[in-house]
Design a protein around this ligand. Sequence first.
Ligand code: IPM
Ligand code: MG
Length: 364
Amino acid sequence: MNLKIGVIAGDGIGPEITAQAVKVLDRVFSLYGHTADYIPLLLGGASIDAFGEPLTEETIEQARNCDAVLMGSIGGDAATSPWYKLPPDKRPEAGLLRIRKALGLFANLRPASLYPELADACPLKSGEEGRSFDLIIVRELTGGLYFGERYTRETDGVVTAVDTAVYSENEIRRIAKKAFEIAGKRRGKVTSVDKANVLDTSRLWRKIVAETAADYPEITLENMLVDNCAMQLVHAPEQFDVIVTGNMFGDILSDEASMITGSIGMLPSASLNESSFGLYEPSHGSAPDIAGRDIANPIATILSAAMMLRYSFNMNTEADAVENAVRQTITEGFRTGDLIRAGEDRSAALGCSAMGDIITERIR
Ligand code: IPM
Ligand code: MG
C-alpha cells in the first residue's frame, strides 16, 4: 500500500518528536512492504509565521488529500510569544479548532493507562500495590461549547460575554456509537459523562446515549455526572473502561486522566472522522521551554503513529509491532528525562532522537 501521510511538525518540540515518529513509521513500512509519502503541512504558530494565519485553506485542502495526518504539537508560551498578541481567532489554537471542524474530526480518542514499570510515577495514593488502570476517553470534538455562538458585548457600560453549548441528537448518536464500538473491542463498559442535573444538552446526551445503547446489548452503560467523574478518576480509575463525553468535559477530564498516569509524555491521541481519516497527535503540548534541546519524550507521538496504523490504515500487526517496541524499550529500562523520578540517577537520560532510534531498532 502506498500511503500519503500529512505531517504537521508544529511548534515547540513538535518537529523533534514528529521526526522520531516518522523514523519509526519508515521502519515499519519497510519491514512490512508498504511505502509512504510525507506531505509537510503548516498549522499553528509555524503557519502564522509563514502566512500570517494559523491555518490556510490550502493546508485544509492538502490535509484532505492525505490518508491521515500526523501532528506534533502546536502553540507557544502565551506569556512571551508574539502569537498571543494576536486576536483569539488568529492564535495557534484557533487553527487547531478550525482543522478539527473542517476535516469533520468529531471523535477524539485519548487513552490513559499505567505502565507497570512506570507505576511509581502515578501520583495517586502512593503507587498502591498492583494499582493498574487502562481507560480511554472518547471526547466529542466538533460540537458543544467549543463551537456554539460566542460574543462579548457592552451594554450601558457593562461588558457581558456569552458562550453557547449546542448538541444535536445526531452529533450525540455518532459519538456514542463510536464509544460502544470501541468498548466492544475492550472490556465492554461505557461510562457516559454529563451534567444532566443542570444542562439541557446533557439531558439530551443521556437520552440519546441510552437509545444508542440498545443496539449494543453486550455493553454495560453507566451514566456519571462530570463532577463525580473528576473525583472518581483520582479515587478509583480502575473502574473505567471507555468514558464518552462532550467536548468541554472531555478536554478537562482527559487532562486529569493523563496526569494520573504520571507519564503524560507517553500518551497518544487520535481524532477521527466518519470514515478512516484521522489526525494523530500526542496528548501533551508543545513544551516551548525544552524545544530544540533534543530532550523531549517522543513516545506519545510514536504511539500516536501506531494509532494511525490501527485506525486509519487497518494495519493491526504493524501497530502491534510499534507498541511492542515501545513496551520493550521501557521494560529494558530506557528512559527520557521526564520518566526519571526525582532522586533517581538522571545521568542515563536518553535524548529524543536516541529514544527514537532505540524504539526503531526494536521493531520486528
Ligand atoms: C486539547 C487542547 C485544545 C482543546 C486547545 C489547545 C484548544 O487543550 O487538544 O485538549 O481545548 O481542545
Ligand atoms: Mg486540552
